[in-house]
Write a protein that binds this ligand. Sequence first.
Ligand code: AHR
Length: 519
Amino acid sequence: MAPTLPSRRLRGIARAVVAAATLAAALLVADVAPSRAATAQSCDIYASGGTPCVAAHSTTRALYGSYAGRLYQVRRSSDNATRDIGVSSAGGYADAAAQDSFCSGTTCVITIIYDQSGRGNHLTQAPPGGFAGPAPGGYDNLANATAAPITINGHKAYGVFVAPGTGYRNNNTNGIATGDQPEGMYAIFDGTHYNGGCCFDYGNAERNSRDNGNGTMEAIYFGNIKVWGYGTGNGPWVMADLENGLFSGVNAGFNANDPTVNHRFLTAIVKGEPNHWAIRAGNAQSGGLSTYYNGARPNVAGYNPMRKEGAIILGIGGDNSHGSAGTFYEGVMTSGYPTDATENAVQANVVAAGYGAGGGGGGGLTPGSSVSLRATTACCTTRYITHSGSSVVTSVVTSSSSSTDKGNASWTVRAGLANSACVSFESRNTPGSFLRHQNYQLFLHANNGSSLFASDATFCPQAGMNGQGSSFASSNFPSRFIRHYANNVYIASNGGSNTFDATALWADDVSWVVTPSWA
Ligand code: AHR
């Protein structure tokens, strides 16, 4: 149940909404005037608590009741054109239909996540730093714009799907805490999408993308790396990345109060002020927040006082380490140390926003169901994804096919081995073996339990690129989709360097109708 706010606080929120509307009108050049009375959203609530947002990022919704501007920008691969995606109405939800129409039949990446606070703290492709990224010039990759579909209050929207190598950053910010100044931050993540790479972070980092020593960062971390800190269970954990250390409490290493937490939609909070900081978290779909740590700075040299530098990162470590995976939906950074009461009200606002799974091309893909996957290219509409031993091809299957052929074309849908928001396909007639890619080609291999296998065998469904059925993005190469080419099956990008990346027929070849299984 949403916490009840004292009436003084409610009046404060009302004042903050008016103030936010005025600020937005003054600062947001590209924005549209609100058309209805504003409802207090996360950043209005922080403002009413005296700790206003100085950065507000979301690809799913407005974080101010009056915000009517841009949420993010996408770029499509067919012609490199870009399009800003805004909200459908002031204070409302992302206009995902605009993205779907712009990206129809091609692929899109998220190029900019706009700052709604009016301070211009937008996030763009992260540059090289201590580590070079995999994209040209040492930049990090940009996220596939369609790999993390969800619903929010019943409206379709997309999150920011971070596969290893993906990262966003702003090294030239305005108003973000520096030195030992107080700040707070929250983010909504997919609690089922994480890994043990360094470091899926959102928050304050170095302005030169390098490791500048203990205390030069203060960011939310989410994942199950145990190199630095960890909590109970096997992870994932919410921790604070303070540079050269992910902290789950006052101690380096283990702290017993930081539990494994993996809600599908996870609210994660880190905040810090002189010799004091906290970790909090909760289920973004219901209930309140729990406090996992609230106390003094770590008992390790270099973290008191802090030397925060005020850049903002998403999906990477402070030195541009980019081995991590995760999904981000929204997050803010504040000026000042928010009270628990303010954060509890923000959590109630997030719960009321109504995050839900779904929104993708997942029709017929319920875990446990048995399916076959039929090609939609005109040449091949009687061909299905089939295995013969470990090789995977498309082959014609009809009602008069042998039971072996039908079995070879039948798959049990499993929750994605690397990300339960996505799916994996287990062979019906070879239980324990899954479709996985290796050198970009699909094979049927026995699950060896490794995290590489899990990633290689996880595919994220979305609406079919040619308007039919579903397309399946590779979880660890999200710009590549399951494609048939000369009757073999690959994960293919649209226009990459391999013959099977050919642009001709790409949208058709990556679109599959999910049917009840042949066997
Ligand atoms: O603190 C953990 C990580 O250590 C930081 O994110 C990175 O800058 C460094 O490698």
